[in-house]
Each structure stands twice: as C-alpha cells, then as structure tokens.
Ligand binder design. Structure first.
Ligand SMILES: NC(=[NH2+])NCCC[C@H](N)C(=O)O
Ligand SMILES: [Mn+2]
Ligand SMILES: [Mn+2]
Length: 325
C-alpha cells in the first residue's frame, strides 16, 4: 500500500514534507485563552516524557524551536476585556508571534508540531500554516466546536473562539486582531468528536454548512467510516495539505483526564489514535496541534498525569507514522 515496512514504520510518501523528513516541535507555554492555570506546562511535560526522542525513533529529523517556550514578555501591562473577551491583547500577541514561527517552519517543508497550551493558540498555528499552504484543510478533533464569536461567547475565553477568528465571522474584525485576516473557509473545516456545542455555535455550524461528526456519528458509523467521510468532505481529491488540530478533550476523560474542560462520552483510546493513523497514511499531513493537556488538573494523581501525557505523545507518534505492526 504505502511502500515497505521498516521497523514497523510505514514509509508513507509525504506529499508536502521535504526530505529528509523533518518535524519542528514548538512547545507553547500559554494559558491565556482560558482561566485554569497549568496548561502552560503541557509542552514541558510531554518533552520530559520523551516525545522528541520518540519521534527520532520513528526516523524523523527533529528540530526543537524554543522561541515559544516563554512568551510572558508579550503580556501587556493592561489588557481590559473587549466586550466579553478575556485577555484579548495577550492572546492576540502570542498568536501573532506563533503564526510567524509556524509559517517559517512550514515554508521550509517541515511538519509543524505545536504542543499547547490552550486551544486559542490555533489562531497562531493555522494563521501560520495557511500562509505556507493556502489551500490546506483542517481536521479539528475536540469535544467543543471552538467557534464562538465575540458576540456569541458566554465564557469570554478565547480558547472557545479560534475558528470564528480564522473564518472571519461576525464581530471578529477587531483592531486588536488586525494581523489575522480570514484564512479558512467553511468547506475546508471538519470536526470529529463534538459533544458539547453551545447554542450559538450550533447556529453557526448550520448557517455555514460546516461538516461535523459528533459522537453520535462516531457511534452510528464507526470511526473508520467517519474519518473517510471527513476526508471526502474536506479533501475529495486527496491533494490538499492537512492540518490536524487535536484537543485532547476530544478523547474521553477516562482516557485523557488531565484537561481543563473534560466532557464525558468521548473518543476511546483506539478511536482517538485511529484518526491519527489514517491521516498519516494519506501522506498529506503538514501540521498537528496537541492542545489542552493540563498537568495541574491531574490533581496530584500520578496515574492521571502519566495517562494524559502518554496519550498526548502516542497520538503524535501515530500521526507521524507509528503503526501497530
Ligand atoms: N478549547 C476548549 N477546550 N474549548 C472549550 C470551550 C468551551 C465553551 N464552548 C466556551 O466557549 O467557553
Ligand atoms: Mn475542547
Ligand atoms: Mn478545543
């Protein structure tokens, strides 16, 4: 199917990744898109668990870009709410910086792996990858739709809003976010795993005709068919680069407990990994985000912590070519 098997590594031909295949790892210690502390330590915890070496063991050339490790200097002295939005200038500044770093790596033909941090960072990752790959499509794995606009958000947390900004929806045209021009279209976005979508978000999804496979569809069709249908929708000719934005709360809390907004009834361990395995097989993956791992929310339970961190690492390995045989 995809060439020869070396040490269990399926050598897919990467269509948008230059040889030797290189992954740039950007750990972004940032929690400003939501209220719970600790999610800024996600990147370091995955690194300590051995993520970088695990990817070298899969025959990737690994570049670690430390520029986003500490972005606290970007926090403005004063950052009053804009409408309901919390920390808008800080989130914007961090994402603007991240977008430039991501763009640089993506334009070199590297697979850009961003470890969060909260999901507001997707404005930075997708802001950057879409500059390098203007026709890319997005597969968004999440319990949540993260498509609230400044007008529909209830919490005011920007990790619930990144897609509204990327799509340029009503109310996102704020001077504080002027660096981010709409770079995504509704037909190039598909969700898997949704189960906690706000009323206003449901209306947006309907209005824009955005394809979403909630847990109901995962139950009905099985994850295998869901991923094919998702690909058929956003990538019918299998010729578009794929950006996988993975919120670990897409997984069931029994699989990934250490996260800020867990919702029961999520993807199983295998369903979660299957998505990554299948996307690797396409040879089209050009970027991946692993977001919302919050070590502090393991509440000192070492099992909950290692479980969540280990699953974050194994999702990446699956997306980068680890196979079971
Ligand atoms: N990336 C996340 N975990 N997002 C959760 C968002 C929850 C809720 N919809 C909100 O807008 O606040
Ligand atoms: Mn979520
Ligand atoms: Mn999310």
């Amino acid at each position: 199917m995809n060439g020869k098997l070396i040490n269990g590594t399926d050598e897919a031909h990467h269509k948008f990744i230059a040889q030797p295949k290189t992954v740039s790892i950007l750990g972004v210690a940032f929690s400003g898109g939501q209220a719970k502390g600790g999610v800024e330590n996600g990147p370091q915890t995955l690194a300590e668990f051995g993520l970088h070496q695990q990817l070298r063991d899969l025959d990737w050339n690994v570049t670690v870009d430390a520029r986003c490790q500490d972005l606290t200097h970007l926090q403005p002295l004063s950052d009053p709410d804009i409408g309901k939005l919390k920390k808008p200038r800080y989130v914007s500044a961090v994402c603007e910086y991240l977008a430039n770093v991501v763009e640089e790596h993506a334009k070199r033909g590297e697979l850009v792996l961003t470890i969060g941090g909260d999901h507001s960072l997707a404005m930075g990752t997708l802001g950057g990858t879409t500059r390098a790959h203007p026709d890319l499509c997005v597969i968004w794995v999440d319990a949540h739709a993260d498509i609230n606009t400044p007008l529909t958000t209830d919490s005011g947390n920007l990790h619930g809003c990144p897609l509204a900004f990327l799509l340029g929806l009503e109310g996102t045209d704020l001077p504080e976010f002027s660096w981010l021009s709409p770079c995504l279209t509704p037909d190039r976005l598909v969700y898997i795993g949704l189960r906690d979508v706000d009323q206003g978000e449901k209306r947006i999804l309907k209005q824009l005709g955005i394809k979403a496979f909630s847990m109901t569809e995962v139950d009905r069709y099985g994850i295998g068919q869901v991923v094919e249908m998702a690909l058929d929708h956003v990538n019918p000719n299998r010729d578009r680069p794929i950006h996988l934005s993975y919120d670990v709360d897409g997984l069931d809390p029994s699989v990934a407990p250490a996260t800020g907004t867990p919702v029961r009834g999520g993807l199983t361990f295998r369903e979660g990994h299957y998505i990554c395995e299948r996307l690797h097989e396409t040879g089209l993956l050009c970027a991946m985000d692993v977001m919302e791992v919050n070590p502090a929310l393991a509440h000192g339970d070492i099992h909950q912590l290692t479980q969540t961190v280990a699953v974050g690492c194994s999702l990446v390995r699956s997306a980068l070519g680890e196979t079971l045989l």
